[in-house]
Design a protein around this ligand. Sequence first.
Ligand SMILES: C[S@@+](CC[C@H](N)C(=O)[O-])C[C@H]1O[C@@H](n2cnc3c(N)ncnc32)[C@H](O)[C@@H]1O
Length: 248
Amino acid sequence: MNEADQHTTETLDERPTRGNRLYPRVTSFRSRRGSLTDPQQQCWDRRWPELGKEVGDDPLDVEAWFGRSAPLVLEIGSGTGTAALAMAGAEPEVNLIAVEVYKPGIAQTLQGIERSYDSDAPIENLRILRGDAVEVLEKMLTTESLTGVRVFFPDPWPKARHHKRRLLQAPTFALIADRLKPGGVLHVATDHADYAEAIAEVGDAEPRLARFSGTAPIGLERPVTKFEDKAHQVGSAINEFVWGKIGA
Ligand SMILES: C[S@@+](CC[C@H](N)C(=O)[O-])C[C@H]1O[C@@H](n2cnc3c(N)ncnc32)[C@H](O)[C@@H]1O
């Protein structure tokens, strides 16, 4: 993904999303045009039918899609897939679903999976959903189905009038808390100080979550993404949070 374009090429759609939702909201993502290069399109044509699905209204048959039963982790807003690819490779025993709306980012993730097939560590445990992660949580995944949720560098929507677009607000925390199994973890990282404060406050207020300490059921080691690297270069501190679902 061309992260430099993220804050410049968006078309803001302020209309509340309608339909069968748990709560009315505006979306946390921008409508961005993004065409695929020829190699990306060719990789998409080869791999998407097996490795990807559009977000829809029906519950996901996760076991059928992965061909096995295993702890399930959801990464929300996976961008170009840097973290998803590295973490899937590091945790072959986990089923990992990356959700992203940005098609070129998904195409790069598919290319990463395909490249791994030529290595001695092919990535077999990563699938991709294209669309709104909130809809995935609401409609496609069931209560206590997830062992982990990852949200790395969610769009900060820095202007006060755009704060309503932030992904990590109380309704999303509540939804994540419901979908996590007891003992499951929510892992969040942000480079935006003001968003970090809001995330900490709202996450700590969710009664089914508590700050996590101990051995997590999933890996917490993140690779540095291009996006995070830029944050380091401009001196932004990275705030990282891990909550566990209580009741294990
Ligand atoms: C700032 S980027 C970070 C990408 C990546 N996690 C990284 O660290 O490089 C945030 C990403 O979240 C995606 N996103 C935002 N809201 C989303 C949603 N509701 N569902 C799926 N993806 C979303 C955006 O398209 C964007 O690619």
